[in-house]
Ligand binder design. Structure first.
Ligand code: AMP
Length: 129
């Protein structure tokens, strides 16, 4: 069965898209730790990040770097935290999280944003790419 992220990639379910190229997509996390929490996802569905071949992994990091640079121009924060977990969605994704405090990286504190706010933020970040 396809992952929820493959369904997003195939346009079967919506997302607040920030960026996309031939191999990767970035969209806002639906349940963000912080404003601007973004996921960078390879279009090829792979469960564990270190099962990616080395070049594909490096390309994902390069894509994530570009998105992080745009994100930090738009969202005021101390820095962009990065995390790879994948226990909830077994399809590789890099979490980019604008952080000011260690709690922003714990996935225990969540913020709420309206769909309209998410749509406009995704567009603003995407415009900086
Ligand atoms: P993890 O697999 O533990 O790295 O976490 C998966 C992340 O994907 C969580 O932060 C979820 O909020 C996020 N997520 C799950 N479904 C969606 C979705 N449809 N759109 C955007 N983010 C999602």
């Amino acid at each position: 069965m396809s992952s929820i992220f493959t369904k997003i990639i195939n346009g079967e379910i919506p997302c607040h898209k920030v960026a996309e190229d031939e191999n990767f997509i970035a969209f806002l996390d639906i349940n963000p730790n912080a404003r601007g929490h973004t996921l960078c996802v390879p279009k090829r569905e792979i469960n564990r990040i270190f099962d990616m071949d080395r070049q594909h992994y490096l390309d994902l990091m390069s894509f994530s770097y570009k998105v992080a640079k745009a994100l930090e121009e738009v969202v005021s924060c101390d820095r962009i935290g990065i995390s790879v977990i994948g226990l909830e969605v077994p399809h590789v994704h890099v979490h980019l999280i604008p952080i000011n405090d260690m709690k922003d990286m714990t996935f225990q504190h969540k913020i709420s944003m309206t769909s309209e706010e998410m749509a406009s933020l995704a567009q603003e970040i995407g415009n900086r790419l």
